[in-house]
Design a protein around this ligand. Structure first.
Ligand code: SAM
Length: 296
């Protein structure tokens, strides 16, 4: 009798896991500064993003080593999307942070990669808005790119910060264990590599998403690049919206996120919209589809 009860419970749990709620992923091609004002107030659990760093000027080009010498394409940081004056860059980031504050839920988290040269400006702006700047964190690349000019150390660190919109919410998933604010991981290589010049590892974004959200939460990455945030969200059953301005990177994201549109159990739906030709209601319609999974 006890055995029967046990196996029924096991079966029930297994079914609940297989028939879990559908994960919804939305990719928008467009300028996030135009799209963000159309996202409703206080609806996002986590904004995790890797905006331009404004470090392209004078950067040494990097070549895509997936191809033989002579056929290698430059993928280094010569990108036009990464070139601003300091004033333009900070104006853009401040406008972005204003939207972050408006659309995050009171319990929401904001994680943003940035160059060390802007950290203190952004921290001051975030604090002045009334958000809680918890800490600066580091991704330490265990296999950094060698120094071409041989005048300084290899660049092996990237900075990001962890911010909570408000104090007093249960929004850090400490049950995953104590973790230092330094994450050791290699840069992307092999099959994971897309050719995007600043692609981040799925592993790193997955760790950050696990510690800051629950299944069924809604994540936003307004500077999506090659789609890393959507891949991590899909793998962890989090709903997500990604915005990217560049056609080439949009295609990378599409290929990575939804090669076959659905996973083995049909547990995720992927939608793509071009902001120029779509109704501005797409985001509200997308959010209305989302339902929290029942607890297992
Ligand atoms: C640092 S990269 C993000 C890389 C990404 N984390 C990945 O793993 O692939 C920044 C991205 O923001 C995009 N971008 C720049 N300005 C934008 C804007 N106003 N709206 C949307 N995307 C933008 C760039 O095209 C670039 O792909």
């Amino acid at each position: 009798m006890r055995g029967a009860y046990y196996s029924q419970t096991k079966l029930l749990r297994r079914n609940l896991i297989i028939y879990k709620e559908m994960t919804h992923l939305l990719l928008i091609k467009g300028d996030c500064l135009e799209v963000l004002p159309h996202i409703p107030n206080e609806c996002i659990d986590l904004i995790i993003t890797d905006p331009p760093y404004n470090i392209a000027e004078g950067a040494v080009p990097i070549y895509d080593t997936r191809y033989p010498k002579g056929k290698r394409r430059k993928i280094g940081l010569e990108a036009e999307w990464d070139k601003f004056t300091d004033e333009e860059f900070l104006r853009m980031m401040y406008k972005f942070i204003d939207e972050v504050y408006r659309i995050l839920k009171p319990s929401g988290t904001f994680i943003c990669f940035t160059s060390d040269r802007y950290l203190s400006y952004l921290r001051t702006y975030i604090r002045n808005k009334g958000m809680v700047y918890r800490q600066t964190c580091i991704w330490q690349k265990v296999n950094p790119v060698p120094q071409m000019r041989k005048v300084k150390f290899m660049h092996a660190t990237e900075f990001f910060f962890l911010v909570h919109k408000e104090k007093g919410h249960d929004n850090f998933r400490w049950e995953h264990g104590q973790h230092p604010n330094v994450f050791y991981h290699p840069i992307v290589s092999g099959k994971e590599r897309t050719g995007h010049p600043t692609q981040k590892p799925v592993w790193l974004f997955s760790e950050l998403i696990k510690y800051t959200t629950r299944e069924g939460d809604l994540i936003l990455d307004p500077f999506l690049g090659s789609g890393t945030t959507l891949v991590a969200a899909r793998n962890l059953n989090r709903n997500a919206i990604g915005i990217e301005i560049n056609d080439e990177y949009i295609n990378m994201a599409k290929r990575r996120v939804a090669p076959e549109q659905r996973d083995l159990f049909g547990n995720f739906e992927f939608y793509f919209h071009d902001w120029q030709t779509s109704s501005q209601a797409i985001i509200s319609e997308f959010i209305s589809k989302l339902q929290k999974p029942k607890s297992i």
